[in-house]
Structure formats: C-alpha cells, structure tokens
Design a protein around this ligand. Structure first.
Ligand code: SIN
Length: 175
C-alpha cells in the first residue's frame, strides 16, 4: 500500500507505543549501535539539565535489533513531533526476524545535532541518568524499561544491560 510505511524503533519506540500501527515485527538494521549519547531536553530531562536517551551511532558490521511497525503515513506527523529534539528521519534497510527485507525509516540523532552529548564512561552515563528527569518521567525509567523490553525480545545489548545494572546499583546505594 503506497500510504503504509515501516518505521524501526530501537529506544522508547519499543516500550512506549503511543501511535497506531497496522502490525509490528522484530527486525534489525545493519551498521549501527544503540548508545545513550543523545541529550533529552523535552522528555527525560530539561533544557538546563538534559537527560540521556538512545541514538544510533555508525558501527561498521554491527547490527542493532529492535521493533519495526507498519504505520500509515500520517503517523509520521506525531512521530516527528515526539522525536523533535535532534532526531531526523533516515531511510534504512530492515531485516525482519523471519528473513524478509523491506525499506523503512528510523529516527537518528546525529553527532551534529544541538542536543548531542556523545560518549562518556558507563559510570558517568549511569549517574547522569539516575540524576535526571523530565516531562515524560524519570530518566532511569526509560533505561530500565528499555532494558526489560529488549530482554523480552531476546535482544542482548551489553551497553544497555550494563548501564541498567549500574543505575540500579546507584539507586540501591542512595537508599
Ligand atoms: C527510537 O526509539 O527508535 C528513537 C529513540 C527514542 O525515542 O527513544
């Protein structure tokens, strides 16, 4: 159908699905890794105290697994608004878990966007996440919900699971 389109989610689009879709299917894209390198001024942080959320960074040969949704074209208006803090739409090849391939769209916050924070040690990123919150909730909830959602999909992402463990440890120490 010409007005139906696949969109690939690798972060909050996996665990917070606030848009209508026709169907969803686990999929992956090649050449990218999921990293908590993007600042969030509008969802999990504030303009003067951004939180940290995921973007994709170019990683030759790596695969990033997530969830693909078949949506009507109008859904992109909502998604563009939701992902407005530095993300742009990028065309990508999707490899579905059943072996089929399709073209789709993924939202990526690239290194030159105004909210990009970039790399830091896992300890620093975890501490930053534990300390942040914004209009969509606590930043740690984004991290832990993503960690759970990836595990439920059978996706092993060391960056996310190590950060989740570090953040839980900091939270426990603080009590
Ligand atoms: C995505 O989930 O695909 C984009 C990043 C995010 O909104 O967390």
């Amino acid at each position: 159908m010409h007005n139906e389109h696949w969109v690939f989610g690798y972060g909050s689009l996996i665990f917070r699905v606030d848009f209508p879709y026709i169907k969803k299917q686990p999929a992956s894209i090649t050449g990218w890794s999921r990293r908590f390198w993007q600042g969030s001024h509008d969802h999990r942080g504030l303009p003067h105290a951004p939180g940290r959320v995921v973007t994709l960074v170019e990683s030759s040969g790596e695969q990033c697994a997530g969830m693909a949704y078949l949506v009507k074209e109008h859904v992109f208006e909502h998604l563009d608004h939701r992902e407005k803090n530095g993300y742009r739409r990028v065309d990508t090849a999707l490899l579905f878990d059943d072996g089929n391939q399709r073209q789709g769209t993924v939202y990526i916050a690239e290194v030159d966007n105004h909210a990009f924070l970039g790399d830091a040690s896992l300890d620093e990123i975890a501490a930053h996440i534990v300390a942040s919150s914004g209009p969509s909730g606590h930043n740690i909830d984004y991290l832990l919900e993503l960690d759970v959602a990836l595990k439920q999909l059978g996706i092993d992402d060391a960056h996310v699971s190590q950060l989740a463990q570090l953040a839980r440890d900091i939270n426990t120490e603080d009590k």
